[in-house]
Ligand binder design. Sequence first.
Ligand SMILES: [Zn+2]
Length: 730
Amino acid sequence: MCIRKRVFCQHLLGLFLVILLTAEGHSFPLQNEDVISVHHNMSVTLTPATHELAATDQIDLEVSARVKSVRFTLAQTLQVESILLGEGSASQVASFTTVRIPNSSAQRIVVMLPEEHGRKVTLAWVYRGPINDPPKEPRHLRFVTPSETAGHIGLEGVYLSSESQWYPDAEGSFSTYRVTTHIPEGWTVVGSGQKVAENLTAGIVSSTWIVQERSEAFTLVANKFVTKSREWKASTTGQRVEIQTHFLSDNADLGDEYLDATAQYLDAYVQILGDYPFEKFAVVENFFASGLGMPSFTLLGSGSIKRHYTQPYALGHEIVHSWIGNSVFNRDGHGNWVEGLTTYLANYYWHELVQDDRQALEQRRMMLQGYNLYVRPEDDYAVSQFFRKHDEKDNAIGYQKAAFVFHLLRREIGDEPFWRGLKTFVSQYRNQPADWESIEKVFSRESGQNLRWFFEQWVEQPGAPTVSLGDASARRVREDGGQEIWQLTIRIQQSEKPYRFAMPIRVVMEDTIEVRSVMLNPSRVNIVELVLPTAPLWVELDPEMMMFRRLARRQLPAVLNSYVTDSSKTVMRAFSDPASPLEQIVSRIEAYEPTDSQRTKVVALEGHALPREGSVLILADADQGAAVHSVVLESCGDRAALKDTGFRIDGQSYEGPTMAVLFSCHRANIPGSVMTVLYGVTSDAVAKVARLLFYYGWHSYVIFQDGAVKKREIWPGQEDTMEVRIDDLS
Ligand SMILES: [Zn+2]
């Protein structure tokens, strides 16, 4: 039957293409608009040794009576053996056509429905084939791009996501699922939703999974896991959720640490976002590097799990995705707001929540710095145009700037309406797609303000304000009651396109310091008047980094990423041993160079003067510690001193063979460029650091002991301050 149908398909193909082309824009539904609901009832046998799956999928559709055909996508490697229409003895063979989708690993299968049919239509599919796309190494120096595979069934593990197209997906649909998997004994399957049954027969483990709420995709992973689980209960609502870890044996003893962290995040985020949307949350070890949040579970690479990846930006981020992204979805083709909001709530807001002001400030700085370093004005695009990240620039716009937009929104409308609006948004759009427009609608309604200007300015337009202090003067005036006060006049300039926003200004007075927020109009010059109790000495723009704006490179703290993003770069070898781990850094940089025109120069420190322009990365071992010391003196001053047995950073000495340091200073007399030094007292001290060097890009110095971070700090960039001129001393 299969062969006959395939021959038939070949004949029909040409005819079908004609129908498709003429039908566009007419009654033929291209997006399955008339498909009202979809339920999959699947049985899948997975054979890791041969990369194969064999499946049946009974798809129950609810469609309007005028639907003549339904369009599905399926991986090209999978062969459809048959599709039956209807159930049991009343079923009949359905005719279908197959079209290869250009530039895609999927095929489109269009199933024709009978002339007359009811609202409920059942299609029983039988299909099989291999899914064998082994994960590739991520292509960036520091950047995990999780989708370096479309899906894989193999002895190292099974990973089947929506991108794998491993079951017939009615295009544009949200479905419910009942999935039974069969896999050899010793393997454990983890799927979306709730596991309702599991048994072992004749060396095959069968487990059944149910997803009752409509969802974009069913994801399935499998491996030889060691499983830990416990019940989590919400203190406020009593909601119960099963939390689990599925780790490979090497990491199995880390289970409790991840379960504890999961419970802590759930405790916090149910209060902000409402009930947790699923029956379980599982942390699942993956056989390739990933940080992927799926409905009811998250997939983390082995290396991440080993490195205690329980931080807010890591596990916390994936847990927030349970609500943002996996319960409320991104609307296809409308821009991705999910990552910005998740980053705001997890990577940033967690620190406010646990009242760690220092870390919260640090996160705001990193969001600002990420945008300012990685997004050149000429390459900028609007937050609404972000779909998914391919590089650091996308990350800076779609994650960092978008996260900051939520911070600005919160500051604009106030805490209470913001948090109320967020809860309303999550419950109103549960199991539905949402876009930036939906967000604007909900927050406008909850705050009672027309926020059109806000979304137009921050979401729909690229860029950020460029603000500077033009002048600050003060004079003493006598109030009606005879009391003396000070009137401070500040001229604030906006170059480029002017924005409307509230700008915090720190005023340093003789005996006190105040931060005032002033509303700036979208004009090039704003004159701001403040009344103060005592004489002002200094003013400073946005000392706490509450505003999103363009900053010059010299205004930002010097960090390794300042070097990375400079258009002119030189690596200086300050070591002579060719077997040094520092040499591996040089090779890696050379391997990842984007184009010839931007090639990094690599020279030996010995016998070469520092380049006259651009940033410099000096890789140094103890033999040349003294030579490096004299070179860095001009840029770093007394912040850093190197000697062969150790180093002194920020006034503190570190001694011994296990110590290494990475530090960056702005280059003296070369504005915007930095000098970064990686120095290890011994080869061993620097070996581990060398491998992960580019993950330490956001601090001015990082001290390592035995390769582990002992301390990291920021040296602030040039501050936006101005002395206040006293005009009238009467
Ligand atoms: Zn994310």
